[in-house]
Write a protein that binds this ligand. Structure first.
Ligand code: PLP
Length: 424
């Protein structure tokens, strides 16, 4: 097995003293990653939630190759290009009606930063500045300073606490206690907040915590009542993960601002968009330069990324992608049921193509070494699973077969046994 240990690379979310090595992957295809010596890993978490249809989907790879024949990065202020124009038109078509403008960037964090800046710019340009952002307990919106501020405070951002701005925090809507969330939201809205930002239907990094579509719809209604902007962070949920193309569809709501990134290119290339309603754009439209939206990334609207995203949208439009997602939802539901009343688990949740299982363990919290032990256990069995603390989740690419899924669940079953017997 090719494990790189002596390397100048500083890897993300890695304590190198505890995890000195990394498997060197030489080939990716479908649901599988293959190391140089041929060892294979089933990618049961879609390489951190980015891969949608499968690794190296041929249409997307071909589109990238084709695009490199004519364009690399070009400046995106004062200049534009067909892939960006076509993609923006297509995104306006397939997202909920009302999201009429597309701002390009290059990562989920940036898309969220842009959303927050758009919201504050909106209020300032309207002559009624508002700066308070409302966010949900346990949420995750990225790792830049602004997005960490909106996200839950934890050991991950403790060293930077002094830099983080304060947000108004509403409780996560636990089943049966949704009213507490609505009441807190209403109180903050009444005080004149700029915007609410939420991960619709499922909080990813917070532990795959799910809530109901009608709860999402009610939060939107409360925001509307007070004119507070509603930002949907669909960076993880977008492009099929919750069973529909976008999570907000299930609540029948149109956010004022929406962020998409991970699955936008099918996971093949870095690209992000922040989409918004006309009124947000209009608030920045004025003869004074000072009212412009001052944000740019060097790689804004990268043509190769846009070409990959266009190919991805073609897959959604022209192939059986939706059917594949529906089949995977059903397969996942069946496998979640296998563990439903299992005493080795505290809770088992299923939403769309995602299943999350909370293992009963003595130590809890993300930093508990149990997640590292579990990860090693799964890796040794040829599986890429990366538990969030004691929460094991399966979030696979849509090409995965039932047999491949069973490899993951059999390993989870075995891991739960080892834990129960004290072997892990
Ligand atoms: C991953 C994620 C982000 C951040 O995206 P990056 O591309 O890693 O910066 C933001 N919001 C949510 C909900 C995410 O899951």
């Amino acid at each position: 097995m090719t494990v790189v240990t002596n390397s100048p690379v500083w890897r993300p979310f890695t304590q190198h003293a505890l995890q000195p090595g990394a498997y060197q992957i030489a080939h990716a295809e479908g649901a599988w990653l293959t190391a140089e010596d041929g060892t294979r890993f089933l990618d049961a978490i879609s390489s951190w939630w980015v891969i949608t249809h499968g690794h190296r989907r041929p249409e997307i790879m071909a589109a990238i190759r084709r695009q490199t024949e004519t364009l690399d990065q070009i400046i995106f202020a004062g200049f534009t290009h067909e892939p960006a124009e076509a993609l923006a038109r297509r995104l306006v078509e397939i997202t909920q009606p009302g999201l009429e403008y597309v701002f390009y960037s290059d990562s989920g964090s940036t898309a969220v930063e842009v959303a927050i800046k758009m919201a504050l710019g909106f209020w300032r340009n309207r002559g009624a500045p508002r700066a308070r952002v409302i966010a949900m307990e346990h949420s995750y919106h990225g790792d830049t300073v602004g997005t960490m501020s909106a996200g839950a405070r934890s050991v991950f951002n403790a060293p930077y606490e002094a830099l983080l701005f304060e947000v108004a925090r509403i409780p996560f809507p636990e089943k049966g206690k949704e009213q507490e969330t609505f009441d807190a939201l209403e109180a903050f809205c009444r005080d004149g907040a700029a915007a609410l930002i939420v991960e619709p239907l499922i909080l990813g990094a917070g532990g795959m915590l799910t809530y109901e579509p009608q709860t999402l719809a009610e939060m939107k209604r409360v925001c509307e009542k007070y004119g507070v902007l509603f930002i949907a962070d669909e960076v993880m949920t977008g492009f099929g993960r919750t069973g529909t193309l976008f999570a907000c569809e299930q609540a029948g709501i149109v956010p004022d601002i929406a962020c998409y990134s991970k699955g936008l290119t099918g996971g093949a290339a870095p690209l992000a968009v922040t989409m918004c309603k006309r009124e947000i754009y209009d608030a920045h439209y004025a003869p004074e330069r000072a009212r412009a939206f001052f944000h740019s990334s060097s790689f804004t609207a990268n043509p190769i990324g846009c070409a990959a995203a266009l190919a991805n949208l073609d897959i959604w439009r022209r192939t059986d992608a939706r059917e594949k997602v529906a089949n995977l939802c059903a397969m996942q539901s069946k496998r979640a049921a296998r563990f439903a009343d299992d005493p080795r688990f505290l809770d088992v949740r299923h939403l769309g193509v995602i299943v999350a299982l909370d293992l009963k363990v003595a130590q809890s919290g993300y930093l508990a070494t149990i997640s590292l032990d579990l990860m090693r256990f799964f890796n040794a069995r040829g599986l890429l699973l990366r538990p969030l603390g004691p929460t094991v989740y399966v979030l696979p690419p849509y090409c995965i077969t039932g047999e491949e899924l069973d490899l993951a669940y059999d390993a989870i079953d075995a891991a739960a046994d080892q834990l129960a017997s004290g072997a892990l």
